[in-house]
Write a protein that binds this ligand. Structure first.
Ligand SMILES: CC(=O)N[C@H]1[C@@H](OP(=O)(O)OP(=O)(O)OC[C@H]2O[C@@H](n3ccc(=O)[nH]c3=O)[C@H](O)[C@@H]2O)O[C@H](CO)[C@@H](O)[C@@H]1O[C@H](C)C(=O)N[C@@H](C)C(=O)N[C@H](CCC(=O)N[C@@H](CCC[C@@H](N)C(=O)O)C(=O)O)C(=O)O
Ligand SMILES: Nc1ncnc2c1ncn2[C@@H]1O[C@H](COP(=O)(O)OP(=O)(O)OP(=O)(O)O)[C@@H](O)[C@H]1O
Ligand SMILES: C[C@@H](N)C(=O)N[C@H](C)C(=O)O
Length: 425
């Protein structure tokens, strides 16, 4: 265990003041949690004000349940154990993560950042899967933890004897990548894609490219960046790296095994970036290929569900923007049987949204034998409790059904009705 988690170091790094003093300043906590529902005894509890709760309300129960101490910004939050008062708990979390990042560097644990418009979770999970199968020990972002809370929590959850952390870095507003880059200081970065995401805030693809390029100055000297060749062209105007950083644009997927199981050209390109990263890490090509052959997509990201009577559901319901819509429609176009596309609204596209919905519905109309549009922006069906059954009734044996829309549309709600009609055998 490192002295990093000692009470005296927590005080030093955060600049806080103890409102309830520890009895032994050199004693160690075992890590940090911001959630009493998952907190382990011995961890620091960090109180965060969220959308639904104020974490300060749970300080008492955190300490009663064995938290080593609590970090708070509200003097009134107390309990049976040490309490460290700071101005801003989110800033304290980020300061702790920054300091821990320096510890990780001393222990030669590599931080691998995964940025990009589409494919961060898929690629981050692929990296963790492949590196682990190649014999390295490491950790990765939970769920899609990729923002001002998720990135520091991911870094702080790593152990100092880990070989790597695969850490997603996300954005939906200009400036977010730079502030997270300044915490993560990655050894290597994969930029999965640059596309029409969150245009409400980035305006256009140049805006997205500029934002994603903002990770580059934070890649550590002699570090590594890989990205698709088209993305490299888009970020070229913003190219700015530390000394000795190698940047490898990837043009093709020919190094990915033919039998890589994730669907779609976009996933083959994600895998090609992982292969490039693994070469930089000097991992065995055969071991990397074997690992890629048994990879699985994360839930809701073009996951193929085989039901009874030859019905296939392509569950791509996690999120949507024009690029990931097109990627999914390409897969549907190649699929067996009649093709049914159920497409939900693409959110956060701002003024670009109207044309994008028009174009996608026209393209989908050419590919699908049956197209169902759901949501206001598509001028489609309004969601109702009866919609899943209505869609299940359209499906015939041997069909392929694509479900794709933004998170807010939650199109995975359609799956149980289709499963009920065509139970898995
Ligand atoms: C703070 C937090 O983690 N909240 C998550 C929590 O919400 P919940 O309603 O339970 O809690 P509150 O936030 O209201 O509570 C405040 C705190 O109280 C704690 N607490 C609560 C109850 C209790 O009994 N005990 C407690 O201790 C609680 O733990 C809080 O600390 O759960 C929700 C459901 O799982 C989560 O959705 C919610 O997560 C918030 C939104 C969050 O930001 N989490 C980050 C860790 C994270 O990284 N989340 C990612 C998604 C990130 C994302 O959307 N990324 C964008 C790009 C970046 C956008 C950026 N600008 C932004 O605004 O975020 C992208 O496009 O990818 C994830 O969850 O996967
Ligand atoms: N390189 C890619 N290009 C286009 N679409 C992709 C790519 N990789 C994955 N996708 C699709 O994008 C969607 C989101 O995938 P994923 O969750 O991996 O991305 P993400 O960047 O982590 O998303 P978020 O930022 O919302 O967490 C899925 O539909 C997935 O199939
Ligand atoms: C879920 C969140 N990370 C995201 O990608 N949002 C967009 C707008 C979506 O859900 O499509």
């Amino acid at each position: 265990m490192s002295a990093f988690w000692s009470y005296e170091n927590l005080e030093r790094v955060t600049g806080g003041e103890w409102t309830i003093e520890p009895t032994d300043y050199t004693a160690q906590a075992t890590g940090l949690s911001h959630d009493t529902r998952t907190l382990q005894p011995g961890q620091v509890y960090l109180a965060v004000k969220g959308e639904n709760h104020d974490g300060h309300r749970f300080v008492g129960s955190a300490l009663e349940n064995g938290a080593a101490c609590a970090i708070v910004s509200d003097e009134a939050a107390v309990g049976p154990g040490p309490v460290l008062l700071v101005d801003d708990t989110v800033a304290a979390l980020q300061e702790l993560a920054s300091a821990y990042r320096d510890e990780l560097a001393k222990h030669d644990c590599k931080v691998i950042a995964v940025c990009g418009s589409n494919g961060k979770t898929t690629t981050r999970q692929l990296i963790h899967h492949v590196l682990t199968r190649c014999g390295l020990h490491g950790t990765q972002s939970p769920k899609s933890f990729n923002n001002h809370l998720g990135v520091p929590l991911t870094l702080l959850a790593a152990q100092l004897d880990h070989d790597f952390i695969a850490c997603e870095i996300g954005t939906n507003h200009p400036g977010e990548i730079a502030s997270l880059g300044d915490i993560a200081w990655p050894d290597a970065t994969v930029i999965t894609s640059i596309g029409s995401e969150h245009l409400e805030f980035f305006k256009d693809i140049q805006g997205v490219a500029k934002e994603e390029a903002a990770i580059l100055p934070f890649v550590r000297p002699h570090g590594y960046v890989t990205l698709p060749a088209e993305a490299a062209e888009l970020i070229a105007p913003y190219y700015n790296v530390q000394e000795g950083v190698i940047m490898l644009p990837v043009r093709h997927d020919r190094d990915v095994p033919e039998d890589f199981p994730l669907l779609g050209e976009h996933n083959r390109m994600n895998a090609a970036l992982v292969v490039a990263l693994c070469r930089w890490l000097e991992l065995s090509g055969d071991a990397v290929n074997d690992a890629l052959r048994c990879a699985e997509p994360p839930a809701g990201r073009l996951r193929q569900i085989e039901l009874g009577q030859g019905v296939t559901v392509l569950d791509d319901s996690y999120n949507a923007n024009p690029d990931s819509m097109r990627a999914a429609l390409e897969v549907l176009a190649e699929s067996d049987g009649r093709k049914i596309a159920v497409l939900g609204d693409m959110l956060e596209l701002g003024v670009a949204g109207e044309a994008a919905h028009r174009e996608i519905s026209a393209e989908a109309g050419v590919i699908a034998d049956h197209l169902v549009l759901v949501g206001e922006l598509f001028r489609g069906e309004v969601w109702s409790d009866g919609l899943p059954t209505k869609i299940a009734d359209l499906v015939q044996p041997g069909d392929t059904l694509l479900l794709k829309g933004s998170r807010g549309m939650a199109l995975e709600r359609i799956i149980p009705a289709v499963e009920a009609k065509y139970p898995k055998v």
